[in-house]
Write a protein that binds this ligand. Structure first.
Ligand code: ADP
Ligand code: MG
Length: 245
C-alpha cells in the first residue's frame, strides 16, 4: 500500500426515485490497497461500487479518481473509467467471441494497444490464471469458474489502476470458488488496487488491508480485518457477522 489516494468518495449520495440508497459516503482508497465491502443484502454495496466507476450516476457528491472529479461536466469520464476494471457476479463475457477476442476487443477498439500487443498480453494473462490452453475456446465450453477468470483477464487487459469486483464468486458452484479467489488474491498481493464486494469472509479476513461494513447506505464500521471481525462494537456488524461467520 502507498499513501497515494487513488479514489476519493466525497459526500456521496445516491437516490433511486425517493429511495436514498447511499447516504453520504466519505472514503479514500489508496494505491495498492485491498478493500473488502461486506454487509447485508440491499444495504447499497453494489450501488456504491457502481457509483465509483459511474455505472450509476451519484445524485450528490464527488468521485475523485487520481485527484480528478470525474463527475465534473468538463471531464470525459470514459478516459478515467477505462482505468477501472469491473468484474460482475454473472461474468458477462461475450458469448459470440472466443476467449482471445473477448480479451482483446476493448484494448484494440480503444486503440490502447495494437492487435499483436493485445494478443501477447492476453496470452500472458491467460497463463497466469490457468487458462493458457483455452485461448481460442468459446465461453459456452468454459465452466463458471473459467468464465469468471476470463472476465478478470478481460478487465486486466486494459491495464486498469483498480479492479472492482461485485460478488465475483456468488454465482459459482462451490468447487469453482477457490480457484477464482486464488486469482483475485494473486493480483491483490502483487499490488493491484482492489475493491471487492464479497460474502467470502475468509477471503476478506485474509486478503484485505481494510474492511468496510455497510449498513443501510452508510459505512457503519471499518478497519483492519482484525478490528472488524474480532473487535467491532457496532451492534449491526456484530449481528451480521454472527450470521455469516
Ligand atoms: P446490495 O448490493 O448491498 O445488495 P444494492 O446496491 O444492489 O444493494 O441495492 C441497494 C438498494 O437500492 C436496494 O433497495 C435496491 O432495491 C435498490 N436499487 C438498486 N439498484 C436500483 C435501481 N437501478 N433502481 C431502483 N432501485 C435500485
Ligand atoms: Mg449487490
Amino acid at each position: 500500500m502507498t499513501d497515494q489516494a487513488l479514489i476519493q468518495l466525497v459526500d456521496l449520495h445516491k437516490y433511486f426515485g425517493d429511495l436514498e440508497v447511499l447516504k453520504g459516503i466519505n472514503e479514500t482508497i489508496k494505491e495498492k490497497e485491498v478493500i473488502s465491502i461486506i454487509g447485508p443484502s440491499g444495504c447499497g454495496k453494489s450501488t456504491l461500487l457502481r457509483c465509483m466507476n459511474l455505472l450509476e450516476t451519484p445524485t450528490q457528491g464527488q468521485v475523485l479518481f487520481e485527484g480528478v472529479n470525474i463527475l465534473d461536466k468538463k471531464v470525459d469520464p470514459t478516459l478515467h473509467r477505462r482505468k477501472m476494471g469491473m468484474v460482475f457476479q454473472h461474468f458477462n463475457v461475450f458469448p459470440h467471441l472466443n476467449v482471445m477476442e473477448n480479451i482483446t476487443l476493448a484494448p484494440i477498439l480503444n486503440k490502447i494497444m495494437t492487435k499483436a500487443e493485445a494478443e501477447e498480453k492476453a496470452k500472458g494473462l491467460l497463463d497466469r490464471v490457468g487458462l493458457g490452453d483455452k485461448v481460442y475456446e468459446y465461453p459456452r465450453k468454459l465452466s463458471g469458474g473459467q468464465k469468471q477468470r476470463l472476465a478478470i483477464v478481460r478487465a486486466m487487459a486494459m491495464d486498469p489502476k483498480v479492479l472492482l469486483f461485485d460478488e465475483p464468486t456468488s454465482a459459482l458452484d462451490p468447487e469453482m470458488v477457490k480457484g477464482v479467489l486464488e486469482v483475485i488474491k494473486s493480483l491483490a498481493i502483487t499490488g493491484m488496487t482492489t475493491v471487492i464486494v464479497t460474502h467470502e469472509m475468509g477471503f476478506a479476513r485474509e486478503v484485505s488491508d481494510r474492511v468496510w461494513f455497510m449498513y443501510d447506505g452508510v459505512i457503519a464500521e471499518k478497519g483492519t480485518p482484525d478490528a472488524v471481525f474480532n473487535h467491532t462494537q457496532n451492534p449491526r456488524a456484530i449481528e451480521f457477522l454472527s450470521q455469516v461467520l
